[in-house]
Design a protein around this ligand. Structure first.
Ligand SMILES: Cc1cc2nc3c(=O)[nH]c(=O)nc-3n(C[C@H](O)[C@H](O)[C@H](O)COP(=O)(O)O)c2cc1C
Length: 433
């Protein structure tokens, strides 16, 4: 399964392991002639890289982006863009002692169960370093986002909660509450000295978001944001608007009533029916405490032997400051997709290139569906052979053809066009059975 690709409007494929040679991303479908935003991408990566704050891992990486393809004389060429960052401070030897055991709360056990082999060095593919690729890719969609403003900050770290949101109070944690910041730092220092870690809750507010973003029913904006955010390591939950608090509200207290100026409240977080309302987009997600801690824990080896284990590697005391630029990147990718799809159905005047882009996407989707269909046909063929069933089933073919013709009528497609395509597909399938 192509699970390392995020494929909608902007196709990205990420690759690389924490202690392999490099981490990278291939980005397709970027328009030609755009100034390549090298500095913007590098700045975003600098915010994500380790060693930027007192509570982040001391791994010493420059995380300098290198452009392998798709950019010529500072401009995008329309060809796939490949960006990589070399791993410079990888220390394989730090991980040698845990080659045969599963680190608690890491992905080691589940990767091993699934693949029977995994790169144990620093979490391999499940490492936070993988997120470099996402941050780098998001730099290329900024021009689509126009006035959209994404604000993202923690509202809870361990036992501390913000009581105010003073955006002018800048600090390494993006903690917008002056009143308890000093106590929070002391609390985090104590946790760091214990060799322990802590999690928290991050809030996102997106302003200037147009209404109409998101598509029924499997491409809802909240569903796509949830998938994008939950795909980030250590994120364990997400809620929109009043979220889980809605459970305790009565209908009249939870509904977003309207007057002629718009919505009076925003309990739903700016999305109704999976489509943005134009109200501020609000959601929160929870980040678990960093799995690696310098404290003895119980675990097992690959041979099911019980052992005690203490991490000696470098880790983030709290992952939140490092997750913030990653979450921002994922939100940008989701919104850029939603905006691009919306452009196709809005009444705005489109250029020929916009129409071509849209039709190329549809052709690509058709090919993907045909590829999947062929694979399933092969499986059906194998099943029929194993169970000594006839390949031909005229009765079923006829019924299917009639059903498709009825649907064609419903969608205003020429019946004979559907019948012709269907004949070709069926005869191709039979060749594979
Ligand atoms: C930016 C970022 C940095 C991370 N840093 C660390 C770290 O220093 N130590 C660690 O144990 N886990 C770290 N993680 C979390 C692990 O990658 C993650 O918890 C682990 O792979 C298990 O996956 P899960 O928590 O999503 O189930 C980081 C994650 C991200 C996104």
């Amino acid at each position: 399964m192509k699970s390392n690709s995020y494929e909608r409007y902007y196709g990205i494929t990420t690759f690389g392991e924490s202690h392999g040679k490099a981490i990278g991303v291939v980005i397709e479908d970027v328009k030609p002639g755009i100034d390549f935003p090298y500095e913007k991408i590098q700045n975003a990566l600098n915010k994500r890289k380790p060693g930027t704050g007192k509570f982040s891992s001391t791994r010493n990486e420059k995380d300098e982006i290198q452009v392998l393809s798709g950019v010529f004389e500072g401009k995008t060429t329309g060809m796939p863009i490949c960006l990589i960052v070399y791993n410079e401070d990888a220390r394989e030897q730090d991980y040698e002692h845990l080659k045969d055991l599963f680190r608690p709360s890491h992905a080691d056990f589940s990767y091993f169960k699934k693949f029977k082999i995994y790169d144990h060095r620093g979490g391999g593919r499940a490492s936070g370093r993988e997120t470099i690729s996402r941050v780098a890719a998001s730099g290329l969609v900024e021009n689509i986002l126009e006035d959209i403003k994404i604000n993202i900050y923690p509202i809870k770290i361990g036992k501390f909660e913000t009581t105010q949101t003073d955006l002018s109070f800048q600090n390494e944690l993006s903690w917008y509450d002056k009143t308890n910041y000093k106590d929070l730092i002391e609390y985090l220092n104590n946790i760091k000295n214990e060799g322990n870690s802590i999690g928290g809750i991050v809030e996102v507010k997106v302003a200037n978001i147009p209404s109409g973003l998101g598509d029924p029913v499997f491409e809802k904006l909240d569903a796509n944001l949830a998938k994008a955010i939950l795909s980030i390591g250590a994120v364990k939950g997400i809620e929109f608007g009043n979220g889980f608090k809605l459970a305790a509200l009565k209908g009249n207290d939870a509904s977003d009533q309207m007057n002629k100026d718009g919505f009076i409240t925003n309990h739903n977080g700016g999305i109704l029916g999976g489509i943005s309302t134009g109200n501020e987009l609000i959601f929160r997600f929870v980040v678990k405490p960093t799995p690696s801690i310098n404290i003895i824990q119980k675990t097992i080896t690959k041979n099911n032997e019980e052992v005690e284990f203490k991490s000696h590697g470098r880790h983030d005391t709290c992952i939140i400051p490092r997750i913030i630029p990653v979450a921002k990147a994922m939100i940008k990718l989701v919104l850029a997709d939603a905006l691009s799809f919306q452009k196709l159905i809005s009444n705005n005047k489109l250029e020929l290139t916009d129409y071509r882009e849209a039709i190329d996407k549809i052709d690509e989707d058709i090919l993907i569906a045909l590829g999947r269909r062929q694979k399933i046909s092969e499986l059906i063929g194998r099943f029929k052979q194993e169970n000594k069933l006839p390949i031909e089933n005229k009765d079923r073919e006829e019924k299917l053809m009639n059903k498709l013709k009825q649907k064609a009528k419903l969608w205003d497609i020429d019946e004979s066009f559907v019948a012709n395509i269907w004949d070709i597909i069926i005869s191709e399938s039979k060749k594979r059975q």
